[in-house]
Design a protein around this ligand. Structure first.
Ligand code: AMP
Ligand code: ZN
Length: 666
């Protein structure tokens, strides 16, 4: 296989794996293997710019900058949708349709109305040509460079696609990804984004496509536009788009009456929060494309489609009291205690007020009637106050000055939104909170020990920090309430087992402010052990990818405190993993010691660069050509014949990928 073919093969492989991962959500290789394939392709493309392809999977990582987005006139106008809010609205629509179409049976597709930013993609000969925003419907902005970074947008199509067509869809930011992005932003001292929809549409117009590539955006498609596509119904077009490799959610159904439409609406109105992305309603479309043609368009929207908007998930209720929670980091969060009210299927009694500024900005007072809304997040928000219902004697809220738990005077550092209780060692919710965080599932995941039990231990004077857990004995635990012999044993065993938890999770468990799961992983991989981290300077810390000053200062601050160092030393003494486990590496590193390998051809399980890394990780050397010093030639498919002949003439053993892998496994 020559270089050009190799590049093409890698591109195909990456495309297929991307499709499985991002469109089908069913990956068949690990992220690591994927990265290795990608790195291999990138290296080859760099060496051979003559094989440049604007639709190469390597361009998903972005990097191109757009200073001005070019205006593009839509070949087919992008209409808006009419809205309906009730059964009556829908029935009126149905009557209008029947009047135009006459006495025929009309079928409808019901789809979800994805809440994001609309996009029109143009494909020619199976390749993405252009992506344009809706703009004013007649013309939009060319955002192709940014859209190409979205992994679920196919750059090349599969199957039997028309020569040229447009496909429309919605760019959405799934809630999980949105929350993670916000976590990172807050950790870096930036303002959190308001909601997934605005963030998604803002992303399309970013100048730096590498920035877009970092955002977990998705593209959900819902409509094909073009001439001579050979399709007769909307439902069929969804199916076709799916076959060509587009991400088309499969919840759409075909119905024959408005009653069935309403059932679909009801179904999704109560389950919308179970979806990974936000929806704001349902879209109903006349299924038969011929019928659609007959119905045509008003000046603004198709007559053959109708959006059914979910009711605004906002209610009003009385705020009876503002209380304050002290988190494990000492951060004070004001909480609105509400008269219970039903919202989006659940009873809401409390809502977060975020911080003092928020209370001041909205002028929220006890006794006020407030508007409560449920967005993408789990905790409902207070959106405003119904001033007409404010009691006459009401006074502005004065924010607390002292910790409600330990009485210490609160501090508010410059640039911080929240007040803090500085009494880290003596403030009960902080002490207990840290231990609860330590044992939590994503941290040390200590089986048999729950948050309430920690509180119990703390009150009984058994633990004052997480290192104390390792000195607990069954005998100490049994006398406590609700502790039977068996559960005490489980608990002590669970604590013992936590000594096997890898360093990156231990680092997260330590509860350093702003060091969440992702940051902990980055720090652990970079510094490899607690000592290197402890000795790191500000410069060392901020040189780690994605670690900003805010995180860096927090790490420095953590290790400046004696008690934290004492605790870390104790954990080390108990055998908790405070270093990335070198053992595995070390053991393996002798396996291939003194051996030189030449890698040739294309492999199935591991990429070429993956193989090379495995060789080096296990102490072997990688050679570029076969010589008398070569210990083994690892042969993949389509290996060059010259290497093969040379190896045979020098009696260098030729082994397969599988044989090599079992060499390091054993
Ligand atoms: P609106 O912005 O409220 O006028 O609603 C119209 C928009 O809904 C369209 O421009 C699309 O971007 C969006 N939309 C979301 N899901 C769908 C869908 N399944 N079918 C059609 N349009 C949709
Ligand atoms: Zn306190």
């Amino acid at each position: 296989m020559n270089t050009e073919q190799k590049i093409a093969a890698l591109r195909d492989q990456l495309r297929e794996h991307s499709y499985k991962y991002y469109v089908l959500d069913q990956p068949t290789i690990s992220d690591y293997e994927f990265d290795m394939l990608l790195k291999e392709l990138q290296a080859l493309e760099e060496q051979h710019p003559e094989f440049y392809d604007p639709n190469s999977p390597s361009l998903r990582v972005g990097g191109d900058i757009t200073k001005n987005f070019e205006t593009i006139i839509h070949e087919h106008r992008m209409y808006s949708l009419d809205n309906s809010y009730s059964k009556e609205d829908l029935e009126d629509w149905e009557k209008r349709i029947q009047k135009i179409l006459g006495d025929v049976e009309v079928e409808y597709t019901c789809e979800l109305k994805y809440d994001g930013a609309s996009i029109s993609l143009t494909y020619e000969n199976g390749e993405l040509l252009r992506a344009v925003t809706r703009g004013d419907g007649l013309q939009g902005d060319d955002v192709t460079t940014n859209i190409k970074t979205i992994r679920s947008v196919p750059l090349k199509l599969k199957g039997d696609f028309p020569q040229k067509f447009d496909i429309r869809g919605e760019i959405v930011l799934p809630i999980d990804g949105f929350n993670k992005m916000n976590e990172m932003r807050v950790a870096n001292g930036e303002e959190a984004y308001m909601n997934p929809r605005n963030t998604a549409s803002g992303s399309l117009k970013l100048q730096d496509s590498a920035e877009v590539a970092k955002r977990p955006l998705q593209c959900l498609l819902y409509s094909l536009v073009g001439n001579g596509l050979g399709i007769t119904t909307q439902f069929e077009s969804l199916d076709k788009a799916r076959q060509w490799g587009f991400k088309v959610p499969d919840v759409a159904i075909l119905v024959k009456s408005t009653d069935e439409v309403l059932e679909f609406v009801d179904h999704w109105e109560t389950r919308r929060h179970k979806l990974p992305y936000e929806i704001d309603g349902v879209v109903v479309k006349v299924n038969n494309l011929q019928h659609q043609d007959e119905l045509g368009y008003t000046s603004k929207a198709p007559r053959w489609a109708m959006a059914y908007k979910f009711k605004a998930e906002q209610v009003s209720t009385v705020l009876s009291e503002i209380t304050h929670q002290v988190g494990r980091t000492g951060a004070i969060t004001p909480v609105a205690n509400l008269e219970p009210v039903l919202l989006a299927g659940t009873t809401v009694k409390r809502a977060s007020l975020h911080n003092a500024d928020q209370i001041e900005k909205l002028d929220i007072r006890e006794g006020d009637t407030v508007y409560v809304e449920k967005g993408g997040e789990i905790i409902p928000k207070i959106m405003g106050v119904d001033l007409s219902k404010r009691p006459a004697a009401s006074l502005p809220t004065r924010y607390i000055t002292h910790c409600p738990e330990c009485g210490t005077e609160l501090v508010r550092e410059e640039g911080e939104a929240k007040h803090f209780c500085p009494n880290a060692e003596g403030c009960p919710p902080q002490v207990v909170g840290r231990i609860q965080h330590y044992i939590s599932r994503k941290a040390m995941d200590i089986e048999g020990l729950g948050g309430e039990t920690v509180e119990l231990f703390y009150k009984a004077g058994l633990v004052r920090n997480y290192a104390d857990l390792y000195e607990l004995t069954k005998e100490q635990v049994i006398p406590l309430e609700r502790m039977a012999e068996k559960s005490a044993e489980n608990l002590v065993n669970g604590i013992e087992r936590s000594k096997q938890i890898p360093f990156e999770r231990v680092l997260y468990a330590l509860g350093i402010r702003f060091v969440g799961e992702t940051v902990a992983k980055k720090l652990a991989r970079h510094f490899r052990g607690i000592d290197a981290l402890r000795n790191a300077s500000l410069m060392d810390l901020v040189s780690v990818e994605e670690i900003g000053e805010k995180i860096a200062y927090s790490v420095l601050d953590f290790f400046q405190r004696d008690e934290n160092n004492t605790i870390a030393e104790r954990l080390k003494a108990y055998g908790v993993q405070l270093e990335i486990s070198q053992e595995a590496l070390q053991q393996r590193s002798n396996t291939l010691g003194g051996k030189t390998f030449v890698v040739s051809g294309v492999f199935e399980k591991v990429s070429r660069s993956g193989l090379k890394k495995l060789i080096e990780d296990n102490g072997g050397k990688v050679g570029s050509s076969v010589s008398s010093k070569t210990s083994f030639l690892i042969a993949g498919a389509n290996m060059g014949p010259s290497k093969h002949t040379k190896a045979e003439s020098l009696s260098v053993p030729i082994i397969s990928e599988g044989e090599f892998l079992s060499m390091i496994d054993g």
